[in-house]
Design a protein around this ligand. Structure first.
Ligand code: AMP
Length: 195
């Protein structure tokens, strides 16, 4: 796995464990030579994650819609910045660039990105691992909801199983590496240029 896209809060949250987890994951990615793909900017958990990877000598690609550039997203010198036209293009390009996806604690933006990337897996638009870093039980309610949706027969258990989960960044990365199909020969199914 060469690149992982991480979705996470543009805020830091109230529990210092969230920032600590962003830092641990950042160090781990750099140590394992896995490049980070993320939403650009230097705010919240996103900023801490990106700055940690960079400080450890890792590679960071930010993918940011043009309209964000005029907003206060924090100054940060990334290895690479890809500017796109829309949120839809951003998510498609992040999907194209990454070999797997991780969600850290976050708000609506993170939830939306996680739900979409899982939906694309369900539709077989990609076969890349998706992991949830459940720091301090932040996602317990979401996981319970997903289980409830399975018992209510609104999510198939094979699709529920697409979401790998752990409270520990290293364990989550190992689960994702084990699930990675090791095949990147097929062309991308989601073309950002056509959105
Ligand atoms: P949220 O979870 O609502 O804080 O949103 C964070 C997610 O949405 C990130 O993974 C980003 O891709 C995107 N996002 C939201 N706000 C920003 C921002 N100000 N700068 C860059 N990306 C953002």
């Amino acid at each position: 796995m060469k690149r992982i896209a991480v979705y996470c809060g543009s805020s830091t949250g109230s529990d210092p464990a969230y920032l600590a987890a962003a830092e641990t994951l950042g160090k781990l990615l750099a140590a394992r030579n896995i490049a980070l793909v993320y939403g650009g900017g230097n705010i919240g958990l996103m900023g801490r994650l990106a700055s940690t990877v960079l400080a450890q000598g890792g590679h960071v690609t930010g993918v940011i819609p043009e309209f964000f550039l005029s907003m206060d997203i924090g100054e940060i010198e990334l290895s690479e910045l890809r500017v796109v036209q829309s949120m839809h293009q951003r998510k498609a390009l992040m999907e194209n660039l990454a070999d797997g996806f991780i969600a850290l604690p976050g708000g609506l933006g993170t939830l939306e990105e996680l739900a979409e990337i899982l939906t694309w897996a369900q539709l077989k638009l990609h076969a890349k691992p998706v992991g949830l870093l459940n720091v301090s039980g932040f996602y317990d309610h979401l996981l319970k909801f997903l289980d409830h949706a399975v018992t209510q027969r609104l999510i198939k258990s094979k699709y529920r199983a697409l979401l790998l989960e752990s409270h520990d960044p290293q364990t989550l990365l190992d689960l994702m590496l084990a699930a990675h199909p090791h095949s990147t020969s097929s062309p991308p199914r989601i073309d950002p240029e056509r959105i």
